[in-house]
Write a protein that binds this ligand. Structure first.
Ligand code: AMP
Length: 142
């Protein structure tokens, strides 16, 4: 199964924020949208960074004053991405090696979706169940 297959069910909407948004505003977005990360983009939807709840927790560990800072002070600027053609295994490898749970999807230099570890686990379970069904059907035919 590919990233394109995951996104065909999930959709390609990504919650993005501008680089000058405050961390407090990002916290509100993460809470109200019930998500773990937002992608920081410029006006042309090019990726400038990613901010996850972990970055917010690290900032808070320095003191609650950190919330007034802008997202640019806590985002990860070197973002690892994938494309539609990557497989679930490729995505799992990138997430495991990078120790993160979100992978933005790009088409050229534009943001075209996002895959989370939850999406990957769901797709993998569906794949395993499908393979088991096929195996059961094959054995029943024999
Ligand atoms: P997460 O596990 O996604 O909550 O993120 C853990 C850390 O990795 C945070 O510091 C994020 O900013 C960073 N991060 C998350 N996703 C990516 C990504 N695709 N590329 C690079 N860093 C990331």
């Amino acid at each position: 199964m590919t990233v394109a297959a995951i996104l065909s069910k999930k959709g390609r909407d990504v919650v993005t924020v501008p680089v000058d948004l405050s961390i407090a505003e990002v916290v509100q977005i993460l809470a109200t949208r019930r998500i773990g990360a937002v992608v920081v983009t410029d006006s042309a939807q090019r990726i400038l960074g990613i901010v996850s709840e972990r970055d917010v927790v690290r900032a808070l560990a320095r003191g609650a004053d950190a919330l007034v800072g802008s997202v640019s002070s806590i985002m990860t600027a070197k973002v690892v991405t994938c494309t539609d053609g990557h497989t679930i295994n490729d995505v799992m490898t990138r997430m495991t090696e990078g120790r993160f749970r979100h992978l933005p999807v790009v088409e050229g230099d534009r943001l075209a979706g996002i895959v989370s570890i939850g999406d990957v686990v769901k797709a993998r379970i569906e794949q395993v169940e499908r393979e088991a069904d096929e195996m059961r059907a094959y054995i029943a035919m024999a």
